[in-house]
Design a protein around this ligand. Sequence first.
Ligand code: GRF
Length: 209
Amino acid sequence: MSKAGRLVVLVSGSGTNLQALLDASADPSYGARVVAVGADRDGIEGLARASRAGVPTFVRHLRDFPSRADWDAAIAADIAAHKPDLVISAGFMKILGAPTLDAFPVVNTHPALLPSFPGAHGVRDALAHGVKVTGCTVMLADAGVDTGPIIDQEAVRVLPGDDEAELHERIKTVERRLLVDTVGRMVREGWTVSGRVVRIGNHIGGENS
Ligand code: GRF
């Protein structure tokens, strides 16, 4: 088997998606391991999870840079230092700039069925719209807000009486499994993108042997 794919995971919060990737990569047959965790803020559980797992971390606050372009360059350099095969934006609350997007494939996860309800409040917006089915989307990140080519999706029913927190927790249970499964398949099998259509398999994107 080829060597494990190198994942750099970016977080801004609780990091349960990160934890799912850390747990999955404990099994060598998963085919990938988390080599670093980056964040845009301190004091978050996502960074604590990385430290407990012995994974190196880096933090770049936007406020510490004279411009967004300087922040973009700094975080891209931090990511590059860990030589990732794949970057995972797992609850990272910043749009990545060209220095990262042009250098690495970036997988993003979102708690709604895109293209419906993009943005920071996908669960709240879906609830307010009255949809009966929502879910989660794993996509390739591009320069837009949740606009990249969709890799995989799974549906979650909205239950009567759901509030945002309850629905988000049910979505996240599915989202973690979908993210782990999708990332594992990408690193093991490669992927191709044709227009907006992503297909896993054939070892084109993500070749790491
Ligand atoms: C996930 O639902 C992600 O899609 C959204 O924020 C949540 C992050 O959860 N953007 P966690 O930090 O991985 O627990």
